[in-house]
Ligand binder design. Sequence first.
Ligand code: ZN
Length: 72
Amino acid sequence: MARPEILMILKQGIRFEPMSASERREPFAVVRCPGCKGAGAIDTDQYQGKVSIDCDNADCDYHETHDLRVAV
Ligand SMILES: [Zn+2]
C-alpha cells in the first residue's frame, strides 16, 4: 500500500544518531494514514523505517514499514 503522507515535522534539524531509546520513542512527525486518512504521530524509529507504522484507528488495518526520509 501507499506511504503515509507527512503532514508536519515536530522536531526540525535533529540528528538521528546517537539517540537514546527514550528519545527515539518521542513523537517526531504527524502523518496521514493512507488507509483511513486519519492523522497520527510517529516516532523517529517509525520515520526512519526501522519500526512499522501501526495505525491507531481500530477500524483501520494499516501496518507497514516505510523509510520516510527518502523521497519517492
Ligand atoms: Zn489508518
